[in-house]
Write a protein that binds this ligand. Structure first.
Ligand code: DGL
Length: 261
């Protein structure tokens, strides 16, 4: 048994989609979330910058006694997970590996991936999928505006609809019936994506795959907590009013935000 919290980070609100799945899967765990709002968005930044931010975030979570750190961000997972694993003695889990494992278990041979510009350029999803699954065809689409629109709480606005229409273009031929939401901000667009595509499609939410993997990991290494004793702590590197509202819509409860420098 281990009462220490699970540390989770992202550039902003997106990682809350992962946090909410972790809460469902592991209701007895204490959670600490860090949104690096000061450096949002990650998707358009260089690899060097992402590594720097990821190290800072992991250091903060380690200082807050996290027993494991979840990178609830596709951009940071794709560019910084190896360095974090090397640098920290705390276990690190990203969103790519558990999701690729899920895809592999489902015998899928053609898949779409939507993610930030940085993640798609880096090619981490495609590389990981292809290294695990023979002959898998991967259709990538970078969606540069989606995280920012979601971060501003405008996912269902006219603009949100307009960009979804544009970004779904490569999938409209109906040949792709499974799409990985490769950025943790994207689950808020699920309904719009389904409507736009107009055919049944499985949208793979990385929060679900990560929380299952996390539960297995904690069990395997005897790191589970048996009774939650703290409320979840949410830290932001820059206070954001919108964050509270989006969190309320997403998590369906009020959160107290703390600032961390
Ligand atoms: N939520 C993030 C991701 O999964 C980052 C989006 C951004 O900051 O651009 O990639």
């Amino acid at each position: 048994m281990d009462k220490r919290p699970i540390g989770i980070f992202d550039s902003g609100v997106g990682g809350l989609t992962v946090l909410s799945e972790i809460k469902k899967q592991l209701p007895n765990e204490n959670l600490i979330y860090l949104g690096d709002t000061k450096n949002f968005p990650y998707g358009s930044k260089s690899k060097e910058q992402i590594i720097e931010f990821a190290i800072q975030n992991a250091e903060k979570l380690k200082n807050l006694e996290a027993k494991i750190i979840v990178i609830a961000c596709g951009t940071a997972t794709s560019q910084a997970i190896d360095i974090l694993k090397e640098k920290f003695d705390v276990p690190i889990m990203g969103i790519i590996e558990p999701t690729v494992e899920y895809v592999k278990s489902k015998n899928i041979h053609r898949i779409g991936v939507i993610a930030t510009e940085g993640t798609i350029k880096n090619g981490a999803w495609e590389k990981n999928l292809k290294s695990q699954i023979k002959n898998i065809e991967v259709i990538n689409k970078a969606c540069p505006m989606l995280a920012t629109i979601a971060e501003e709480g405008r996912a269902t606005s006219k603009e949100g609809k307009k960009v979804i229409k544009e970004y779904m273009e490569p999938f409209k031929n109906g040949k792709i019936d499974k799409i990985i939401l490769g950025c943790t901000h994207y689950p808020v667009y699920q309904e719009l994506i389904r409507k736009e595509l107009g055919y049944p499609v499985e949208l793979i939410n990385t929060g679900v795959t990560v929380s299952k993997k996390l539960a297995e990991y904690l069990k395997r290494f005897n790191l589970q907590n048996t009774r939650k004793h703290n409320e979840d702590l949410i830290f932001l590197t820059k206070p954001e009013e919108e964050f509270k509202i989006i969190a309320k819509n997403l998590l369906k409860f009020d959160i107290k935000i703390r600032e961390i420098s």
